[in-house]
Design a protein around this ligand. Structure first.
Ligand code: SF4
Length: 332
């Protein structure tokens, strides 16, 4: 038995307008309204294998701005399964300008435990250019309230938005870290068909990040959040839904997180080589067994890069090491 979460999508529900990058139907692969029997079916399947400690999560759309009667019916049905002890809590995601004391009181009453805010950027110009319809101040205000009410708090940010830059993304991460969230999700922008960004891209007015550019930046952001003990629970757009069919351009890769983690390992190895003045030759790198694949990199790219620099690298597993712990020594 393990933690099994149920992810339910309410695509576009509650959204006052369409943000530049968003095509919820492509992301979620869902084209119709979520029904109560959809919840029943999903819960039934998950609860058979789960340990009762998972969450029922409502993603997509702006949950707290959904038409009230419909929103309450979804919450009521989810709460029924929490009360039966089949799940531990409810997770929702919403817009920062759709949080106030009244809605937080309702969410508490229905057993919601975690709230994620789609922040995307903490730069007002970037928010405006991408049609978000809220400001960075709305994020700060909502974050404060969510924490005051005792919910687990998550933030979602994007990189490579229209008008954004690496420098602004780093500032966004710094501003979000200052809000002390429990979790973060980082999404490099993927241009999907049917979006405002795809029009700008076709007209040559917008250039999305490549996978390589986004991975360089996101590796840095991942380290920033994790150094502050903020768990990054998602890095890169999920490969489910119809993302591959609706893909136009941008930083999409099904193993995006591993690419970013590989970059972190390579920079750690290089820093150790530099610090300990390790001469070229045969080296042994130790890492936790769960991290070998990220250290080696896609198509063994890190091993190849080290070889090109004159280091023949042997990887040894050491399960006393934590994630991102790595050591380098000359092979005897
Ligand atoms: S608020 Fe969220 S779900 Fe709604 S259009 Fe914008 S990005 Fe998409």
């Amino acid at each position: 038995m393990k933690h099994i979460n149920v992810a339910l999508f309410v695509p576009d529900e509650g959204c006052p307008h369409r943000c530049s990058f968003c095509n919820q139907k492509t992301i979620s692969g869902k084209t119709r309204k979520l029904t109560l029997s959809d919840i029943d079916k999903a819960v039934e399947i998950a609860s058979e294998k789960g340990d009762g400690k998972g969450e029922i999560a409502f993603f997509g759309g702006s949950f707290t701005a959904i038409e009230k009667e419909y929103m309450l019916s979804l919450l009521q049905r989810a709460k029924m399964y929490i009360d039966k002890g089949l799940f531990e809590g409810i997770r929702i995601s919403t817009r920062p300008d759709c949080i106030d004391k009244e809605i937080l009181t309702v969410l508490k009453k229905y057993g919601v435990s975690s709230i994620e805010l789609g922040c995307q950027s903490m730069n007002d110009e970037v928010l405006l250019l991408n049609g978000r319809g809220h400001t960075a101040e709305d994020v700060r205000r909502a974050a404060k309230l969510i924490k005051e009410y005792g919910f687990e708090f998550g933030v979602q940010m994007m990189t490579g938005l229209y008008g954004d830059s690496d420098e602004l993304a780093v500032k966004t991460a710094e501003s979000l870290i200052a809000l002390s969230p429990d979790t973060a999700r980082i999404y490099p922008t993927v241009v999907l068909e049917g979006t405002r960004l795809s029009e700008l891209y076709e007209k040559g007015e917008y250039t999305p990040q490549t996978v390589e550019e986004a991975a360089e930046l996101c590796a840095r952001l991942l380290s920033m959040f994790e150094e502050k003990n903020i768990k990054v629970i998602r890095l890169g757009l999920h490969s489910g839904g119809n993302v591959e069919e609706g893909f136009v351009a941008g930083a999409y890769h099904p193993a995006f997180r591993e690419i970013c983690e590989s970059k972190i390992y390579l920079s750690k190895i290089l820093a150790l080589i530099d610090k300990e003045q390790i001469p070229e030759g045969d080296i042994t790198v130790e890492v936790n067994s769960k991290c070998v694949s990220a250290l080696v990199g896609q198509k063994r790219c890190n091993i190849q890069k080290l070889r090109n620099m004159g280091y023949n690298c042997k990887v040894q597993q050491n399960d006393s090491y934590k994630k991102y712990d790595v050591s380098v020594r000359l092979t005897k």
